[in-house]
Design a protein around this ligand. Structure first.
Ligand code: SF4
Ligand code: SF4
Length: 143
């Protein structure tokens, strides 16, 4: 497939998916924007020397939050940037605890489904102990 064709996104589908959960997700994102209480319950955040990119709130704000902010009008490069956050930086282990009842894994899973709708899928789990630049072939392809 020519690369130009591969880069074409269906923004209407992204918008439709975002709208399906808009009220709840926007409330959740607003709460997470000023909070990072669950950060230390994420083993990846701890194992990565507290790199903010592994913080649960960072992961949703810079993926799903960005999609809502831009009302789904994003390009392929932006979706590719989100891919690492929602696949490589999260294994959906559900260990992150939110005292306010916000379900970070479901937000990450929702973001993954939006990316998949545009033909983008990531690799996971984050291969603990593997080099940061391990090639995709060395990791498990997600479905
Ligand atoms: S999920 Fe809960 S604890 Fe974690 S950042 Fe969001 S509001 Fe804070
Ligand atoms: S579900 Fe994701 S964000 Fe939550 S603890 Fe597991 S790896 Fe961290």
């Amino acid at each position: 497939m020519p690369s130009k064709e591969k880069d074409i996104l269906n923004i209407d589908i992204i918008k439709e998916m975002l709208n399906q959960k808009k009220a709840r997700m926007k409330l959740n994102l607003a709460a997470c924007a000023s909070c990072s209480l669950c950060a230390e319950s994420c083993f990846l955040f701890i194992s990565k020397n507290q790199d903010p990119k592994y913080m649960p709130s960072y992961k949703v704000i810079h993926s799903l939050g960005k999609l809502y902010k831009k009302k789904g009008k994003v390009d392929k490069a932006a979706l590719n940037e989100m891919r690492d956050l929602v696949w490589k930086n999260c294994v959906l282990c559900e260990r992150c605890y939110c005292a306010f009842g916000i379900d970070i894994p479901s937000m990450i899973a929702f973001t993954r489904s939006i990316l998949r709708s545009q033909g983008i899928s990531g690799v996971y789990p984050h291969t603990l102990g593997a080099p940061e630049d391990a090639s995709d072939e060395n990791q498990i392809k997600s479905s």
